[in-house]
Design a protein around this ligand. Structure first.
Ligand code: ZN
Length: 450
């Protein structure tokens, strides 16, 4: 029953193709470190491949508040018979700046943050960080900020205590308490403003922001500024078999989905690609998969095709659809193997991982795919020679995780979780296996063509 390394099944030529695909993937990751940037990268790629935002037609897409994208591709068949849907998410764990972030202490200008999504706080100290996002000024105009990515940009950093002095304050505490949320404070400057008496360093950095971006301290109130790792995506391993990068959860799926929906001639079944935001905080809010943006988009698509859409038709269409909930999974960790039940875990290099269910403990919060549908997906992937494995996330009582599957399953469609296995998942530098990244793309291609 245990699957073997997928690399063994690949020829030299296949491996070249896998590596070529991953070069494109890495460049997508470097351009897409926030949900807004990912939405823009997706928009550009869709537009280049004949998708239109304004005109209803065979290839349509729309962006929800700059953070969520849905794309539709017309098929040979009537959409009322159901769609092929793949959903991935484009938000990733990070540190958001607070709405009143700037202060000065011990001659340093500092920024307060509030973390977003599931992070291990200790992983975010003492690494180079970049600042990405948008500020809405008092007059309503917007300014985009990206700082820390170009080679000559400054980077930012969260200080950590030197080992000589951390014994009581950190070392004797539990790992989860050694760095508290309120201590994720970003170093921002050190030169005081000449002639200023109070908060001279703070005044100096605010002056720089004013000069460079035309923003004042109050403008942070209406800003979404994210602190993300300043690392670029790179090959990992002497054989270059892996990729290290921030945000591969879930942009590994998002990129594969983007490529797959653009590929080839018109499909049999109409296809829908959802690039959702806010998955990492439980799919809450108006840019998540739970907002009515999906239904509104489908109304417009059907109207554009000359079909009179009503609530009942949209519901029937979604009920009859088949879907993949595309999200990454935690691969067996070589040094902490005990958290996995290894007969039902996924491994780096064994292809895309199918999970019949996710959730916590006794499948709580899970969307548990029907055996019939699992059988269908299994046959589909096998027929196309997709390299795949199955896996649950960790031992039953160890924890767990959820995806967007349950929110789409509520429409009644068949849906199953699948995605690439990752090491160091949810860390600032996640590791993927190139073959798994590529097989994810192949699986999505095959699904859209089914
Ligand atoms: Zn995810």
């Amino acid at each position: 029953m245990q699957k073997r390394s997928g690399w063994k099944q690949k020829s030299k030529k296949d491996i070249q193709e896998i590596f070529r695909y991953c070069e494109e993937y890495k460049s997508f990751l470097d351009r897409s470190k926030t949900e807004r940037e990912a939405a823009r990268s997706i928009r550009d790629h869709l537009a280049k491949n004949g998708f239109s935002e304004d005109h209803p037609g065979e290839k349509v897409f729309r962006i929800n508040r700059g953070k969520e994208v849905i794309a539709f591709r017309k098929g040979e068949k009537d959409p009322a018979e159901g769609l092929r849907i793949i959903v991935a998410h484009i938000d990733a764990p990070r540190l958001d700046l607070k709405q009143n972030p700037v202060y000065e202490d011990v001659d340093l200008a500092l920024l307060r943050t509030h973390y977003y999504g599931g992070i291990k706080k200790y992983q975010w100290v003492a690494i180079p960080l970049a600042l990405h996002g948008v500020v809405i000024r008092a007059d309503g105009t917007a300014v985009e900020i990206t700082l820390g990515e170009a080679d000559d940009d400054p980077v930012f950093l969260i200080d950590d205590l030197l080992p000589h002095l951390s014994r009581k304050t950190q070392d004797e505490k539990r790992l989860s308490e050694a760095i508290e949320g309120e201590k994720l404070i970003v170093l921002f400057g050190n030169i005081p403003l000449a002639g200023a008496e109070k908060d001279a360093v703070k005044q100096s950095v605010l002056n720089i922001l004013k000069g460079r971006y035309g923003i004042s301290e109050e403008d942070f109130i209406s800003a979404e500024l994210e602190i993300v790792p300043a690392f670029k995506a790179r090959d990992v391993g002497i054989d270059r078999s892996m990729i290290g990068a921030y945000g591969q959860d879930d942009r590994a799926s998002a990129f594969a989905l983007l490529k797959a929906i653009c590929d080839g001639e018109a499909p049999q079944q109409p296809c829908l690609a959802i690039f959702a935001d806010k998955e990492e905080i439980g799919s809450e809010g108006n840019t998540s998969v739970r907002s009515s943006f999906l239904q509104l988009f489908l109304y417009d698509v059907l109207a554009g095709m000359g079909i009179k859409a009503d609530e009942a038709l949209i519901r029937r269409m979604l009920y009859s659809s088949k879907a993949l909930s595309a999200d990454v999974n935690g691969a067996v960790n070589p040094t902490f193997q005990d958290v996995h039940e290894k007969q039902n875990a996924c491994y780096l290099g064994r292809g895309i991982c199918i999970s019949k269910f996710t959730g916590h403990l006794g499948k709580s919060g899970a969307s548990d795919a029907n055996a019939e549908y699992v059988g269908e997906i299994r046959r589909l992937f096998d027929r196309a020679g997709v390299i795949w494995q199955t896996g649950e996330m960790g031992k039953i009582d160890e924890g767990g995780g959820g995806t967007v599957a349950k929110f789409l399953a509520a429409y009644g469609m068949d849906i199953i979780d699948c995605g690439a296995p990752l090491l160091t998942m949810h860390s600032p530098y996640e590791i993927s296996g190139k073959i798994d990244i590529y097989e994810t793309y192949r699986a999505f291609q095959v699904f859209f063509r089914s």
